[in-house]
Design a protein around this ligand. Sequence first.
Ligand code: ATP
Length: 225
Amino acid sequence: MRIGFFGGTFNPIHLGHLKAIKKVKEEFPLDKIYIIPSAMPPHKDRIDVPNADERYEMVSLAVKNDSAIKEFVEISDVELKRSGPSYTIDTVLHYKSIMPADYSFYLILGMDAFLEVNTWKSYMDFFDIIPFIVITRPEAGNHKTTDKGSAVEEFLFKKISGQYRYNSKLCGYIHDNKKTIFVFDVSPLDISSTMIRNYVREGKKISSLVPPEVGSFIEKKGLYS
Ligand code: ATP
């Protein structure tokens, strides 16, 4: 069984997240993708982060009403149940400890998030224990995924190890002693949760940015306004 973890604040979940999940599943042989909303995001400004239950509820609504993903996506409340800040390393170690030894795990994240991994708790450990699937985002659009001078490559060489090398067959950076860093261009949608929160605050329509059920939930609960 191959399981991908896709963590984030999901404040709120949006069509960019859903497209990324679908594309990764198309490109990569994963059996399941776990969406893992974080409880107290260590990297985000806490103002403007609604109650974790509401963020979780929006993820559930989005998944439940999307026939293209509901078969293979699970929503994990592991970070919501844990007290204190959400550290991804704890989540990865948790799942590794409770799942069968022959399961393999992958950490899916946008390029913007990947380029900040060096600010995460115990970040060096990730490179030894779990492969990354890095997906493009419009903010990082200047960098071609297979470009030798890409942001990912520069990051790996400078912050992790100079021994990575690009393997075009795998679409990723391989290393003799570390896990592979796969890089996929998922033709991302230029949507962010920040954009949605701003739109709501400014009274603009968000129907092209979130699934309809999420839009109705935001309206009903008066979130972000
Ligand atoms: P915010 O604007 O509040 O920072 P966000 O839109 O970046 O939020 P997160 O919940 O922080 O959303 O993101 C979770 C994961 O999804 C991260 O790895 C992020 O890089 C990725 N991601 C977010 N939006 C997109 C998108 N439009 N396309 C591809 N990946 C995305």
